[in-house]
Design a binder for this molecule. Structure first.
Ligand SMILES: [Zn+2]
Length: 506
């Protein structure tokens, strides 16, 4: 039932078939993450993005005869860290294999990868739906292995028959390929998996996961299990490439499920009748189109790389990396919910903004001693600013300490919400601190005798309103608050209200 709601990416026929339980969509993902190292996996070339083509290469990463690769220790450590955060078994013995294929962006004819001894074995990642689109699910991970990236082909797209060019700057940068089991059942689940994975990787600092720079890329494997009579058949598996954003991934997976259902109704072909096929997602036309036939692993003629020795990983190294992993996103959400009283959805939004935003919130919450207030202000004022400006929290003009000072004044009744928002705006506009902003706005503390004489004046001048309050219409006091603002904008409305009610004995 919930599947229908969760799958706006399915066409109507697929949606109906899924909600009638006639069809189950089976999705697995392969995610390539570029690890955040200064240099490449087997040489000292820089991994910096954006340099002129072919300026960051050497004999090793271009595979010149006689050159010798040397493993980048940092890449190993980041892989172990990732594996630990994803609950993977960490190999104590791991080795390197050559995956042989020729492609213009891989002129040396093989890629150094890991075949039968990946650095990370089985693990899992738990996903939940922020708005309850699907039941919480554990997605199991098959493995995660370390490999070098290929270069980049730049094709002439002018249609005038120009040359294609190759940039080998990216050749040899470290990639961790994370492979899930076919455990996801809808595009929404796949998206939730990708979102949570990216969040974990950025929280533990192993990759910036910048998809525009190609630092996180994902392929999906899709097929359908269809009930026929009392039996269950499976459609041929299709691997989808070029899913360049999470949104594209969701659409591609949804489209592909519909295409397979239609095709199966036409030709009845099952997984036994057709080899795995590779299709590319065409974002402009919102369709998948066929690509080369997918190689079986035997076609790659994997063999151990003769230039690299196997790696043994000590228990002590794993333990020390474990200590570097701070709280993971799921643990942060739990902490915000349990110890700071945030609603699960709000905690999800806050944690989804990254570790720096969570830290900002914690400083403010602890400083002003009011988590609820801090969560409202950070969740609304700060996040709105970040969303509108597209900036990260370190560019937010108001420091956590200044926000704390502002909210402490609200908490103490020195400022009401409306005035505090004006002060915040002034702090942002003029890049000044709380007190300076209050001075600039002419906000100053009003002492009790001033409040009392203000209230006396309001009571004397508005006998009809006072009568209404005395007759039991509590809301009538609002009219007096409005008048009090005009007489003295610095008078705290809550205090004015309380004082008036006390003075008239209501
Ligand atoms: Zn190099």
């Amino acid at each position: 039932m919930s599947e229908t709601f969760t799958s706006p990416q399915f066409d109507q026929a697929t949606r109906d078939a899924v909600s009638n339980d006639d069809v189950t969509v089976i999705i697995g993902l392969e995610v390539h993450v570029q690890l955040d190292t200064e240099s490449k996996l087997f040489c000292g070339c820089s991994t910096e993005f954006g340099a002129p083509p072919n300026t960051q290469t050497c004999a090793v990463c271009t595979g010149m005869p006689g050159s010798l690769p040397v493993i980048n220790e940092r890449a190993l450590q980041l892989s172990i860290k990732t594996g630990l955060a994803l609950n993977c078994e960490i190999a104590r013995y791991t080795k390197w294999d050559r995956k042989n294929y020729f492609y213009p962006d891989l002129p040396k004819g093989y890629q150094i990868s890991q075949f039968d001894k990946p650095i990370c074995g089985q693990g899992y990642l738990d996903i939940t739906a922020p708005k309850g689109e699907f039941e919480p699910r554990r997605v199991e991970l098959e493995r995660a292995h370390l490999e070098e990236d290929a270069g980049k082909s730049m094709h002439d797209e002018s249609q005038r028959g120009g040359n294609s060019k190759i940039d080998l700057n990216r050749t040899g940068t470290p990639l961790l390929e994370i492979v899930t089991k076919p455990d996801m059942r809808s595009p929404a689940e796949a998206r939730a998996f990708l979102t949570e994975l990216k969040l974990i990787l950025t929280y533990i600092g192993v990759s910036d996961c910048n998809m525009q720079h190609g630092n996180l890329r994902c392929d999906g494997n899709v097929n359908l299990h269809i009930k026929v009579g009392g039996e269950k058949i499976a459609t041929p598996i299709v691997e989808i490439k070029n899913m360049n954003s999470f949104r594209a991934a969701e659409r591609a997976l949804g489209y592909e499920a519909g295409r397979q259902l239609k095709l199966w109704k036409q030709n009845g072909k099952t997984i036994a009748d057709a080899p795995k096929q590779t299709r590319g997602w065409n974002d402009a036309d919102q369709v998948t189109t066929p690509q080369r036939e997918k190689e079986e692993s035997a076609d790659y003629r994997y063999f151990p790389d003769p230039d690299l020795i196997a790696v043994t990983i000590e228990e002590s190294e794993i333990e020390s990396i474990k200590k570097e992993i701070g709280r993971l996103p799921a643990q942060w959400r739990e902490l915000l919910i349990k110890e700071h009283g945030l609603k699960p959805y709000d905690a999800g939004v806050m944690v989804g903004q990254g570790a720096e935003v969570v830290e900002y919130f914690l400083v403010v919450a602890q400083g002003c001693g009011n988590s609820k207030m801090a969560s409202n202000w950070v969740g609304q004022e700060v996040l709105r600013f970040l969303n509108e400006s597209g900036e990260a929290i370190d560019a937010y003009p108001v420091s956590a300490d200044q926000m704390t000072e502002l909210l402490t004044k609200v908490n103490a009744g020195e400022l009401d919400q409306t005035r505090a928002k004006e002060v915040l705006q002034e702090m942002i506009d003029s890049k000044i601190e709380v007190q300076a902003a209050m001075d600039k706005l002419g906000i100053k503390a009003v002492d009790n005798s001033e409040i009392e004489s203000l209230c006396r004046q309001l009571i004397d001048e508005n006998p009809d309103v006072i009568q209404q309050i005395k007759d039991g219409n509590g809301k009538a006091v609002g009219a007096l608050i409005g008048k009090s603002r005009k007489l003295n904008p610095n008078a705290n409305p809550g205090l004015v209200k309380d004082t008036i009610l006390k003075m008239i004995g209501a």
